[in-house]
Design a binder for this molecule. Structure first.
Ligand code: ADP
Ligand code: MG
Length: 269
């Protein structure tokens, strides 16, 4: 349906212009916007502001969704879903300061340490999402996947290309350092990546092992020291010392089935 002043032919021409300009949201909403403007007798500037405003927010939402997909998060949980009350060793103020993304501008690293289930990956993902909202490109990987991918590329003579792939995103998140032992070649390739990003690209790293144990994680004290030396030069460390959130959920579930409950809380966390 067209408004009194808009002919079908004019609507079609307008639709064509909007498609050519890739103003897709405005294209979809054109008739409704025109009718609204006519009914409200909107001033020209208000009408234009409404059309352009809707287009800009639609593009921003699409852009965030695209960069979120490109980041390859294992799950998408915004910071607002993190229960700080359950984990008092996490400084809420400090995390909110990190959420402002100044650490990215400064090229600082964030290292999250703590036992399994305390929310390390959750915090890393949440901060990654904030970085995406702030306009940065983010990539999430686990230490195991990163090292496997570098090792494969090394074997195929494509190491340089792969190092570039991991150096390009403004923020790189490396989750789960320390869960699996790392071979000598893997440790060496990991070190090469850290050196590449050193003082250029900020990273968020998580580990269930204290820095003192990284010599064992990387199977080589010298390489571990060289890696830590670069990582910690400009870094904020969050040490989470609390109970597993998975355990909390298990206990809650356990309470519901308290009669025949023979599960072992914490057995597989
Ligand atoms: P970690 O990486 O330290 O092993 P995760 O971040 O994977 O732990 O957390 C385990 C699960 O518990 C996830 O589903 C996560 O979303 C949830 N979780 C952990 N801590 C919290 C918290 N403080 N508030 C809300 N959910 C949490
Ligand atoms: Mg984790």
């Amino acid at each position: 349906m067209s408004t009194a002043a808009t002919t079908a032919a004019q609507l079609e021409r307008l639709g064509g212009h909007l498609r050519k300009l890739r103003l897709l949201k405005s294209g979809e909403r054109l008739e409704a916007l025109l009718q609204h403007a006519a009914a409200q007798e909107l001033p020209y500037a208000d009408f234009l502001e409404q059309v352009l405003g809707e287009e800009v927010s639609a593009k921003a939402i699409k852009n965030i969704a695209m960069r979120t997909a490109m980041a390859r998060f294992p799950f998408v949980k915004p910071l607002e879903t993190f229960d700080f009350g359950y984990q008092p060793s996490v400084d809420k103020k400090q995390v909110h300061a990190l959420a402002s993304c100044h650490f990215i501008e400064h090229g600082d690293n964030v290292i999250v340490l703590g036992p399994p289930g305390v929310g390390k990956s959750h915090l890393a993902v949440s901060l990654g999402l904030k970085a995406i909202e702030a306009g940065y490109r983010v990539l999430f990987t686990t230490a195991a996947n990163l090292i496997a991918s570098l090792t494969k590329a090394h074997g195929e003579g494509r190491l340089e290309e792969k190092l570039k792939f991991y150096t390009m995103p403004r923020l790189l998140i490396i989750d789960e350092i320390g869960y699996l032992p790392i071979e000598r070649l893997g440790a060496n390739l990991f070190f090469q990546l850290i050196s590449r990003r050193y003082e250029r690209g900020p990273m968020i790293l998580t580990s269930n092992q204290s820095f003192g144990a990284w010599g064992d994680v990387f199977g080589d004290r010298v390489i571990a020291t060289a890696i830590l030396d670069r990582l910690l030069h400009h870094a904020v460390t969050l040490n989470i010392r609390g109970n597993s959130y998975r355990l909390k959920e298990k206990l809650k579930a356990g309470l519901i089935r308290s009669h025949d409950d023979n599960s072992q809380p914490g057995g597989d966390i």
